[in-house]
Design a protein around this ligand. Structure first.
Ligand code: 6PG
Length: 233
């Protein structure tokens, strides 16, 4: 399938994505990108910081998040903090280009403020705010952003974002909705590691029940996967 690229390592995925982001920023005055959280993107952010600090015009890059944990910005659980540690502390993205979820607020208020921010900062295409690049991860359970299988109805929520709940920890999160994710110009799934191989196989081969996984509801993504995650496809 043309929308699947299998790499030998996370580093190779990171190098591919670095080149892509450099191209996009060279082709445009502004790139609005929604970042994923979790651990996989760390390798991408490290590569961007190490190899692209001086070759990407970071003044053109506007950063948002596909989801955020409802915790303060310097909490170890914060996707924003992870991005600061691996990228924002190392490249010159103007503070005015960083549009984080206010995780320190109560979840409902954080979601409302993020919804407003997205409406204010993103161009509307056919009535919906549009990201240029959407970076997504996939959990072992098939969740993406913070839309989990036990709350899959949130995928179809109206608006730009919703308050979601982690199935094990009960942690509240703010997540982009399916309509906003699927409205992006380009969507890239970053999936690595053997732990993702089974779910990836079910989703990509559309095996019975695959639509129970939120990651399966993303339309026409590019899958950037390593050979461990690709082990069953
Ligand atoms: C989060 C992420 C989440 C993540 C997947 C994969 O806030 O945790 O946005 O959707 O992308 O859980 O996480 P890993 O990259 O750690 O496997």
């Amino acid at each position: 399938m043309s929308n699947i690229k299998i790499f030998d390592s996370k580093l190779e995925i990171a190098q591919f994505f670095g080149k892509l982001l450099k191209e996009r920023t060279a082709q445009s005055d502004k790139v609005n990108i929604a970042l994923s959280g979790g651990s996989t993107p760390k390798a991408i952010f490290d590569e961007l910081a190490q190899a692209y600090a001086d070759t990407i015009d970071w003044g053109k890059v506007h950063l948002f998040w596909g989801d955020e944990r409802c915790v303060p910005p310097m909490d170890a659980e914060s996707n924003y903090k992870m991005t600061v540690d691996h990228l924002l502390s190392k490249v010159n993205v103007p503070e005015t280009n960083v549009h984080r979820v206010l995780g320190e607020l109560n979840p409902t208020e954080a979601c409302e403020k993020y919804d407003e921010l997205i409406n204010h900062k993103l161009p509307k295409v056919e009535g919906l705010p549009q990201f240029d690049i959407m970076l997504l991860g996939m959990g072992d359970d098939g969740h993406t952003a913070s839309i989990f299988p036990h709350e899959i109805e949130l995928w179809k929520a109206s608006g730009n974002c919703v308050v979601a709940t982690h199935p094990q920890s009960g942690q509240k999160r703010v997540s982009l909705t399916g309509q906003l994710i699927n409205h992006s110009k380009e969507i890239y799934f970053l999936v690595t590691g053997e732990g993702k191989a089974h779910k990836l196989d079910e989703i990509i081969k559309q095996k019975p029940g695959y639509e129970e996984y939120p990651a399966a509801l993303v339309i026409n993504p590019f899958w950037l996967i390593d050979k461990e995650a690709a082990g069953k496809i």
